[in-house]
Design a protein around this ligand. Structure first.
Ligand SMILES: Cc1ncc(COP(=O)(O)O)c(C=O)c1O
Length: 410
């Protein structure tokens, strides 16, 4: 549940007003709520208590060390896609026995690092990768747990740029090829292929795409078990939308156990957005307003380099003013950033009639795929990140300095 609310027309995040935070911290900045992050994790976690399972938080959605430490304290595992994500998870206190290494293009160093450091499971997305991992594991002298990430060829009903489970997409191994791989398991003596994994996309609001993928996976698993009986783990990926969802976690759980025998299998869940999205906001200041031939632009100091989801995916993120003195003026208005790109825009509205230069605005639900996707484009620094825990505001990432920005350039 969002901690953002107006009290006496003043916007607060938890117990603190946005304007109060921005008096001490230069905009733009990310700000997270410890209680929202914790509640989101616990609400999801509580559903599965009678299963043998791991919740492996997807670091690509947010990998701030302080947030990861909070999740580690709640017993979360990690879904990582690079060596540095692996190291961050470990650094935050998540044990390697709770880490799943995903991704379609892991390089040799990343694979070596994962195996040498006892990564619980590596999810594989091609036969070529399987051969490479076997070779590396053999060299290290270990037997590595493997999940085969299948491509169930289902439509996820989400934005085309965040759909991953159809054969149009680069991800995963087809069902037929997966069966062929199981016919060759003897060739992979340093691998223990114990899991079937799938992840069909992000921000999924309907249960039916999950149902379709469970069905494909179940049919495949039944065939594999008939001959090999080697599968122990079903990794269902992430993708559950935190908002406007038409099903409950209980619906999801009931469907899961209707397909897969909970006495026979253990489960891995890889939520990202569900845990982190509404735990984070982006606070920005209005730099200028201008009206150009009847169209109004509100230029704020956060840009697509700080939060690129609208530019990349046409993502809609609601924007609120820090004081509620808003009215509709029926003028086509666009809230835009300062970057030299036409796609650097956040929201269209006909409201914000009374907004003034210097006012603070809040972009909602940016705790997932906000900071982790930010860049130095236009030579702009990575911005400050804050954590709110009751009345306390803590800096959890410093704003990048100019010296730090240029230090590796020769
Ligand atoms: C393999 C995998 N697992 C989990 C996730 C997390 O997805 P979400 O944030 O939608 O839960 C992703 C996101 O792209 C992913 O690629």
């Amino acid at each position: 549940m969002s901690e953002l609310k107006y009290e006496n027309n003043i916007l607060r995040f938890g117990n603190i007003s946005i304007d109060e935070i921005s008096e001490k911290h230069q905009t733009p900045f990310y700000c997270y709520s410890k209680s929202v992050l914790t509640n989101n994790y616990n609400n999801f976690n509580n559903i599965f208590s009678d299963l043998d399972y791991k919740i492996c938080f997807s670091l690509k959605s947010n990998s701030n060390l302080s947030l990861l430490r909070i999740l580690a304290s709640l017993d979360a595992g990690a879904d990582v896609v690079s060596e540095w994500e692996f190291k961050k998870a470990i650094g935050a206190g998540i044990p390697p026995q709770k880490i799943v290494f995903s991704g379609i293009g892991k390089n040799e160093n990343e694979i070596k690092h994962a195996i040498a450091n006892d990564c619980f499971q590596i999810n594989v997305e091609s036969l070529a990768e399987l051969k490479k991992i076997n070779q590396i594991a053999e060299g290290i002298g270990k037997v590595q747990n493997i999940g085969i990430r299948i491509n169930p060829d289902v439509q996820s009903g989400t934005h085309e740029k965040i759909t991953t489970g159809s054969l149009e997409n680069k991800f995963g191994i087809s069902v037929n090829e997966t069966l062929e791989i199981f016919n060759k398991t003897k060739e992979f003596s340093s691998l223990s292929i114990t899991a079937i994994a799938f992840h069909i996309g992000s921000n999924i609001k309907d249960l039916s795409p999950f149902k379709n993928s469970f069905e494909v996976a179940k049919n495949l698993i039944d065939k594999i078990q008939l001959n090999y009986n080697s599968l122990k783990t079903i990794d269902v990926g992430g993708g559950i939308s935190p908002e406007e969802r038409n099903f409950s976690f209980k619906d999801y759980y009931d469907m899961l156990i209707s397909y897969f025998d909970k006495e026979r299998f253990n489960f891995i869940f890889e939520p990202g957005r569900l845990i982190a999205a509404d735990a984070g906001i982006l606070v920005s200041k209005v730099l200028y307003t201008k009206i150009s031939e009847g169209k109004k632009f509100i230029i704020i100091d956060a840009g697509m380099n700080d939060m690129m989801r609208p530019a990349l995916y046409d993502a809609q993120h609601e924007i609120l003013t820090s004081k509620l003195n808003d009215s509709d003026h029926n003028i086509e208005t666009e809230i835009v950033g300062p970057i030299c790109e036409s796609s650097d825009k956040f929201m269209r509205t006909t409201k914000f009639a009374n907004i003034q230069e210097g006012d603070n605005v809040v972009i909602k639900n940016v705790g997932a795929y906000g900071s982790t996707m930010s860049s130095n484009y236009n030579a702009r620094p990575f911005i400050e990140e804050l954590l709110i825990d009751k009345e306390e505001i803590q800096i959890i990432r410093k704003k990048q300095s100019f010296d730090d920005f240029i230090k590796n350039e020769l």
